[in-house]
Design a binder for this molecule. Structure first.
Ligand code: F6P
Ligand code: MG
Length: 477
């Protein structure tokens, strides 16, 4: 039940896999070591401090093994059933070393191994080495958060009432434009570069025309299946207006990206395109910034305590003796009203969180029907399953070295046609794998400045500047 194409491998010198293993992971591990080291130095409980020091040592050992290209060692048993499958796969792969191993498995192993160090401790089981970073990145996205909060109030809240009296065709046209806008905000919220958001203006959306920046960035969306995805939600709404219609979002990153995912969730509920949103977070700290359930409550807490959140100087600001700008009363009010709106939707069960250990296993989503049959069955209940971000896309496509002109429906294997699932992926490209492109497009992009040229590397696909929005309707109903 794995794809039979070779996977992106850290041994390939032209791949982003290779750069990740040699350059990025050591930096990530150094950050994790610093985080625990700092926590230990502030620790008054000697037992907790000494256990923390051991974790620091174990993280340093892991970094040493990685940098010296040692073999991956079996994971220690932390009581979770997924450990066995990680270890079986490791031995089936003949205990490879770090610089000659499929990228996807190795990167999942890395985060899973970090998690075992905390899970097997007595005092550090709840510690998230990436928590501080996630929150501070959210804090620095303040302008876009404030802009979207205001826009949300004006555009989305009470949308169905605003649409009263509009003809069905008019309603469909308006909702489709908003759907695209919300999805595009949600898509680019995954990119490292968030400049698009600050350029979007309310007037442009209100006029139901794309903002210039969105138009410009639309050409950066290399496969664009928004119309087909909207169509299934619209049809479901028309054919079953009073029934339950659920949309699932397989989350990616915390902070700003989670904020925009909630904007999309709120839009789908307010427009009536969905009646319930199921969010899928991770169970353990994952790929630095992925959402764990606590990030959701921390986001809401930040909104309700916005003044304190935004006006307390960060460590950097303290060091440079600067103070953050105060929030205006209106800004504070719009963040509070978002908090109230989203907490109500959550309290009413219209937005729910459903964690599953499958999301942090070491294999691709091709395995879902076999290794997580209950999750697979559950997702079939959904009108649309939206997979956010790069890693989810890599897992959907098995991180395979596909020809970029391969159909998306083929590259997702058992989640494709007749699977019973409707899959939509919103992905900014930050890795080597890409499918669903017109023939010749990859070559064209490689030929652009910084695109990789004839180096053999698909560099254009590493930066998050390009995106793919791909849809596959595998529903059986
Ligand atoms: O490209 C670097 C990388 O860390 C990949 O390893 C991973 O697929 C991705 O970025 C994570 O990005 P995202 O948060 O969009 O899944
Ligand atoms: Mg992520």
């Amino acid at each position: 039940y794995d794809a039979d194409v070779p996977q992106s491998n850290t041994a390939d010198p032209t791949s982003f896999a290779s750069i990740s293993a040699r350059e990025r992971w050591p930096i990530i591990l150094t950050g994790a070591i610093d985080d625990v080291h700092k926590a230990v130095s502030n620790e008054e409980n000697p037992e907790r401090a000494s256990e923390g020091k051991k974790i620091v040592q174990n993280l340093a050992t892991l970094k040493h093994e990685l940098q010296h290209n040692r073999q991956l060692t079996p994971l220690i048993d932390d009581g979770s059933p997924d450990i066995a499958s990680y270890n079986i796969e490791l031995s089936q792969r003949n205990n490879p070393s770090w610089f000659s191993i499929p990228w996807l498995y190795a990167e999942c192993y890395l985060y899973r191994r970090i998690a075992t160090l905390f899970a097997t401790s007595t005092h550090w089981t709840r510690h998230d080495v990436f928590a501080k970073q996630k929150l501070s990145t959210f804090r620095s996205s303040r302008p876009a958060v404030l802009e979207l909060a205001t826009r949300y109030d004006e555009l989305i809240a009470g949308l169905q009432a605003k649409m009263q009296g509009v003809s069905e065709a008019g309603k469909r046209a308006a909702e489709e434009v908003l759907f695209r806008e919300m999805c595009e905000i949600c898509l680019w919220g995954n990119a490292t570069d968030l400049s698009l958001l600050t350029n979007l203006s309310y007037d442009d959306i209100q006029a139901l025309q794309g903002a210039e920046s969105r138009k410009k960035n639309e050409s950066k969306i290399l496969a664009n299946d928004f119309p087909a995805a909207f169509d299934v939600l619209w049809r479901a709404q028309i054919s079953n207006p009073k029934g339950d219609r659920r949309v699932d979002i397989v989350l990616d990153n915390a902070g700003f990206e989670l904020f925009v995912d909630l904007v999309l969730a709120g839009y789908l509920l307010e427009s009536g395109l969905a009646t319930q949103i199921v969010l899928h977070p991770k169970n353990i700290p994952w790929f630095v910034s992925d959402v764990v359930p606590k990030d959701f409550s921390e986001l809401l807490t930040a909104l309700v305590n916005a003044k304190q959140f935004y006006e307390t100087p960060s460590a950097d600001e303290e060091a440079s003796n600067t103070n953050p700008t105060a929030l205006s009363a209106d800004e504070e009010k719009s963040l509070k009203s978002l908090f109230e709106h989203w907490s109500t939707l959550y309290a009413e069960g219209k937005i729910i969180m459903r964690a599953n250990p499958f999301w942090t296993e070491g294999g691709s989503f091709w395995r879902m029907p076999k290794t997580a049959p209950e999750l697979f069955e559950d997702l079939k209940e959904s009108e649309l399953v939206i997979f956010k971000g790069d890693l989810n896309y890599r897992k959907l496509t098995a991180d395979g070295m596909w020809d970029p002109a391969t159909a998306f429906s083929k590259a997702i294997g058992p989640l494709g046609p007749e699977s019973g699932l409707r899959v939509l992926t919103l992905r900014t490209c930050k890795a080597d794998v890409v499918v669903g492109l017109p023939a010749g497009k990859d070559e064209e992009l490689r030929a652009m400045e910084g695109g990789g040229g004839d180096s053999g590397a698909r560099k254009w696909a590493w930066s998050g500047k390009w995106a793919v929005v791909s849809f596959c309707d595998g529903a059986l109903r």
